[in-house]
Design a protein around this ligand. Sequence first.
Ligand code: ZN
Length: 230
Amino acid sequence: VLPWGATEAHNYHLPYGTDTIETEHIAASAGARAWDAGARVAVLPAIPFGVQTGQLDVPFCVNLNPTTQAAVLGDIVRALAPHGVRKVVVLNGHGGNDFRWMIRELQPHVTPFLCTMNWYNAVRAADFFDEPGDHAGALETSVMLHVAPALVRPLAEAGPGHAKRFRVAALRDGTAWAQRAWTRVTDDTGVGNPAAATAARGAAFCDAVVRAVATFLIELAASDPDDLYA
Ligand SMILES: [Zn+2]
């Protein structure tokens, strides 16, 4: 399991390493759970840099271009392949990272089975939060209050996470897609209000995510990559 995060501003109250810290925690917790269930799962250190091409004007956001990520992923998979690793899961924690096209390109050239999962979509956030938010909102702040509370500034220091939306309807409703120019969307770099965040909500959500990721890892570990279809 290769956890992949980002280094980017998260409103005023969460650390730049938020996505990396969350993803590494979920990967380790899910990996431990899967291991205890008999799956032979190993979790790699997290890659701390993601795609930030929409945030180049935000101080200290560190961008890796998608093609650079593809090169890093290829090197890691090729390093693992000779040592009996038959499957690689990229566990993603940053919305700007998109590993699907990389896997489409890399898969024909390597022997391990490649797949990816965005942990933040592993369970329905609406079951846990009235307004989960997209970035440094109630969901992410709750997760950080659970995983790394010492790294969260008092919520009174956070901005409201108010985000402007696209004027063009299809871009707004998701029928069409474009990258958001972050500093035109939000004043405090947050997208979603963190005010309702609590450690208890974060614990409940994280537990559900860890169970879902672990269930996937257990099933995948027991699967034959040459016999995946029924
Ligand atoms: Zn984040």
